[in-house]
Design a protein. Structure first.
Lengths: 222, 202
């Protein structure tokens, strides 16, 4: 337990220091959402309608942006060798790394959502619905993205590959995330059904992600 | 405690690096692995550390008399070419992380830093360390957690003469406590060691 706590503490600390990845994701999210009204035009009704989808797309891309460094940084400086040799099961280590990444890079996106909702003419209900679905859905993005990050470790220049591998896996999360937000704003479907499926996707990724990532790290040892 | 390998074969990138390699090391003794560049010294250490999957029926490596529930990699320290340091963290934070994460009988990081002569730089970010100081910090990791087997890959690289003498003393202390060292090296380690030459055309 101390080993996992130490790992989470270290990863968050690195992410929050200068040169860490925590702010980059939020800044990217901000850029995408700020640019969108300029591209779509000053049609407030249209912006409101597109708002949840824009926020979700922005959050999805922002969480992918920093994910490729999840194992790559440890691989490059040799830490991954020692992590594999440690007495903590690799699956738990992977889960701890993903959790730390989500706390440092995913949670800030959720916190930034209310501010960015203002730019898209979303009212309080709509913004809180999107923030709630992001809170439930972004862990799934991190934990499935971790599989791609682990596969990319063995390949040089794996960053682009990560996007190609992970995007198809994140499509269900995107569909049900946006569907749940839309349901809360306009109906007629109830909020509960798509939101439950979104939570289920997150729970599934908690189980599958660490095992798949650990397996591909072991496979890629060299 | 005895570490022995029998009939180890290593294939890297489709090329056989070495085959039918036997070695043996017992507690209190050091084994120096020597040989020309590319002869497979690092590969052998990584095989022992469990960081290379022995492809194509690669023999056996066993540790006799070690911890009952622990595998060989879990009882070994690996000091590789790369220092496993995070530049954003301070010297002390780097060391404390590895002490907490590696698990096992732990020691005061301040003492380990003092033992390698880095106590004055404890609060300095690791980004500002020189190559020799980074190596000293990696060596401090071996002292912060007790593990009986030390796998050292060119451990004296980048160390100055004083650092090499200091490290030889630390290795001798480790052997005196019943530890076991396997080191790949070109330079003399400064301690009594049996030599294992690999990669020689025989």
């Amino acid at each position: 337990m101390t080993a996992l706590a130490a790992l989470i503490r270290r990863d968050i600390r690195i992410a929050l220091r200068v040169g860490g990845g925590a702010l980059i994701g939020v800044l990217f999210f901000l850029t995408v959402v700020v640019l969108m009204p300029f591209a779509v035009g000053p049609d407030l009704a249209l912006l409101t309608r597109l708002g949840p989808a824009i926020l979700w797309l922005g959050a999805l891309l922002a969480s992918l942006l920093t994910l490729d460094r999840l194992f790559m940084a440890d691989h490059e400086d040799g830490s991954l060798d020692l992590i594999v040799m440690s007495r903590t099961p690799l699956e738990l280590t992977c889960a701890a790394k993903a959790l730390a990444h989500w706390l440092a890079a995913g949670l800030p996106l959720v916190i930034a959502t209310p501010v960015l909702g203002l730019l898209l003419n979303l009212d309080a209900t709509a913004t809180s619905a999107v923030a709630l679905t992001l809170l439930a859905g972004t862990p799934a993005l991190t934990f499935t993205g971790m599989i791609g990050a682990a596969l990319a470790v063995t390949l040089h220049r794996g960053g682009l590959l990560l996007a190609v591998l992970v995007l198809p896996l994140s499509i269900p999360v995107l569909i049900f995330g946006v569907a749940a937000s839309e349901a809360a704003i306009t109906g007629p479907v109830s909020f509960g059904a798509p939101f439950s499926i979104l939570c289920a996707l997150s729970l599934i990724s908690f189980v599958i992600g660490p095992f798949a990532a650990a397996a591909s790290l072991r496979q890629g040892l060299d | 405690m005895r570490l022995c390998g029998r009939g180890i074969r290593c294939v890297r990138g489709g090329r056989e690096v070495f085959s039918a390699l036997d070695f043996e090391a017992s507690s209190g003794a050091a084994l120096a692995v020597t040989g020309p560049n590319g002869s497979g010294k690092t590969s052998l250490l990584r095989l022992i550390a469990g960081l290379l999957t022995p492809t194509l029926a690669g023999g056996t490596i066993d540790l006799e008399g070690g911890g009952v529930e622990l595998s060989l990699p879990e009882q070994a320290h690996y000091l590789g070419h790369r220092d496993a340091l995070k530049p954003a963290l301070s010297v002390q934070e780097n060391l404390e992380f590895w002490r907490d994460f590696l698990g096992g009988e732990a020691f005061d990081p301040a003492q380990s830093l003092a033992a390698v002569g880095l106590d004055h730089a404890a609060r300095l970010p690791a980004a500002y360390l020189s190559a020799g100081q980074r190596r000293r910090l990696s060596i401090a990791r071996l002292l912060a957690v007790r593990r009986p087997v030390w796998l050292l890959d060119e451990p004296t690289n980048a160390l100055d003469a004083a650092g090499q003498g200091l490290f030889a003393g630390l290795m001798n202390d480790h052997l005196a406590r019943g530890g076991l060292i396997v080191a790949a090296t070109h330079a003399p380690l400064g301690l009594q060691a049996r030599e294992l030459r690999i990669g020689e055309a025989s």
